[in-house]
Design a protein around this ligand. Structure first.
Ligand SMILES: Cc1cc2nc3c(=O)[nH]c(=O)nc-3n(C[C@H](O)[C@H](O)[C@H](O)COP(=O)(O)OP(=O)(O)OC[C@H]3O[C@@H](n4cnc5c(N)ncnc54)[C@H](O)[C@@H]3O)c2cc1C
Length: 486
């Protein structure tokens, strides 16, 4: 939508964009399209009000916006799918939000079986386009999640035991640097940037297009099962055993969730299990399938359908913390017990019970790291190879209806994770240092967890590709390399 003729352009951050030829790309606060874009953030905490939104239609537009804002020294944020939950990650009060939502095309190249994917796309659209060619990619496990943030943070996906994390399946990045130049980073071109973008977030530039290797698509087998809450120790045993034995069946994946979900009747356990080769009831998932259940919908199905099983409702204030631990059942049981205790506190403090909470246990076997290396010999910056044992990624969440409740519930979720960490630290190798960017709270030490060698890589890439520190100084959202103490 074009900005109206008479809109206020007195703010330098709006003026500089207009002077650089972007007037038709600007949405001002009075514009209904501005309200719709703010409303489309998944989490209420992220619905800040920037001075304006600029919606580039090409990498060239992104370049013009970056050059204009850098020259005028104006604050900015970068948004793709808008699914990060914490305030200021992907949006900015009194600054300019560069909204990549119109850079959402997916193009399949049959000559080398790659997909060129715009950063602002949603995974459901990416998969729908690639499916026309009988192909898919190792992308998000939920329909609405955006391409850009997911891939720049790592990307846990259904194919991780075959191909590793999604970032390792990216073979080229089109990036707009702080000086406005548009470069391609790939294994043999800007190799340092190529590596730094695999887990380094928004520290180096704005990625406009990701080229990913594709894999054959087809039917899959899988679904979701609800279990009574009290079976959680047995469910935890299934996910621990699955993680240990994942290498025997790299087409299967599962996660086990202990939660409070009113849409499923309150306290409940959930298994999400799939086999991407469409093997029905594969042996590795037999124990999970045998858990006592309230209902399940396992069947031969499509990727599009299973994307809905990880959906979490929009328009809540969400609190997410994460922790990576050794694949040890006693730690998971502790986390589940602490979650159930936290739920009781939330129930007591939220009279209408309009909240959800969960701890999700996601396998992170050594296999993922090995597969990442096999897919991408250039490496990433996540530092997962520091850990030599199978691990579990814990995602602890609460979702409430108001900012006040968010402030009240946040310390409870934080305390849950802190207590699990304290418990795990009494077990040899119990705490794995890695903090997953895509699940982390803003207060968590994400980049620090990548290890000194990767921090050095990140710092060097930042100084080389953004020597004036534009993405450090003017783009405060995200996990910043300049914020690291040492
Ligand atoms: C319901 C739900 C399901 C999820 N499922 C999964 C899952 O299965 N696996 C998993 O790994 N994660 C999952 N996530 C987490 C998800 O990966 C992150 O929230 C991710 O950041 C979302 O990507 P986005 O494009 O929507 O990010 P945004 O919120 O738009 O951006 C996230 C961060 O990346 C930066 N950024 C975005 N695009 C660019 C770009 N092109 N260039 C530079 N910087 C950029 C932003 O500035 C911001 O700091 C899920 C989240 C939700 C809410």
């Amino acid at each position: 939508m074009t900005a109206p003729e008479n809109f206020p352009t007195s703010l330098p951050r709006v003026e500089c964009l207009i002077q650089n030829g972007l007037k038709s790309r600007i949405l001002m606060p009075a514009d209904p399209a501005y309200a719709a874009r703010i409303d489309s953030y998944w989490c209420n905490s992220a619905k800040l009000r920037p001075s304006c939104i600029v919606q580039p239609r090409s990498a060239d537009d992104v370049s013009k916006a970056v050059v204009a804002l850098a020259k005028a020294n104006q604050p900015l944020a970068v948004r793709s799918g808008g699914h990060t939950n914490w305030a200021g990650s992907n949006n900015i009060t009194d600054g300019v939000t560069i909204d990549l939502g119109l850079l959402n095309s997916t193009r399949y190249d049959d000559t080398n079986q790659t997909a060129h994917i715009g950063s602002g796309g949603k995974w459901k659209h990416v998969y729908a386009e690639l499916e026309k060619h009988g192909r898919t990619v190792a992308g998000g496990r939920e329909a609405e999640v955006g391409v850009g943030g997911f891939l720049l943070g790592g990307g846990n996906n259904f194919y991780a035991s075959r191909y590793g994390l999604a970032c390792d399946c990216v073979i080229a990045y089109e990036v707009v640097l702080a000086d406005g130049s548009i470069v391609t980073a790939k294994a043999d071109e800007h190799t340092d940037l190529f590596r730094a973008l695999k887990g380094g977030g928004n520290n180096f530039g704005i990625v406009t297009c990701f080229t990913m290797s594709t894999i054959p698509s087809g039917p899959i087998w899988g679904g979701l099962a609800l279990h009574p809450l009290d079976i959680f120790p047995a469910g935890i045993k299934t996910v621990v055993d699955f993680t240990t034995n994942n290498a025997t069946d790299p087409d299967s994946s599962m996660q086990f969730v202990v939660g409070y979900q009113p849409r499923f009747g309150g306290g409940v356990c959930i298994t999400i299990a799939n086999n991407m080769a469409a093997v029905e009831k594969p042996p590795l998932l037999q124990a999970a399938l045998a858990l006592p259940e309230i209902m399940s919908n396992y069947k031969t199905t499509t990727l599009q359908e299973v994307l809905t099983y990880s959906s979490l409702p929009p328009n809540y204030y969400n609190i997410w913390f994460t922790l990576t631990i050794k694949n040890d059942a006693s730690i998971l049981v502790k986390a589940a017990e602490l979650h159930n205790q936290m739920t009781k506190e939330l129930q007591a403090g939220i009279p209408d019970q309009d909240f959800t909470s969960h701890v999700a246990f996601q396998p992170l076997p050594r296999l993922f790291v090995e597969r990442s290396h096999a897919t991408n010999a250039s490496g990433n910056v996540l530092g997962l190879e520091q850990n030599t044992s199978d691990a579990i990624l814990i995602q602890a969440c609460a979702s409430v209806r108001t900012a006040e409740l968010e402030a009240w519930a946040r310390p409870k979720v934080r305390a849950l994770v802190d207590e699990v960490r304290a418990f795990a630290s009494n077990i040899e190798g119990g705490v794995v240092p890695w903090v997953y960017l895509n699940y982390a709270h803003s207060s968590q030490e994400v980049l620090q967890s990548y290890g000194p060698e990767n921090i050095r890589r990140l710092r060097e890439a930042s100084s080389k590709y953004d020597p004036e520190g534009i993405f450090q100084r003017l783009c405060p959202g995200g996990f910043k390399i300049s914020a690291l103490k040492n």
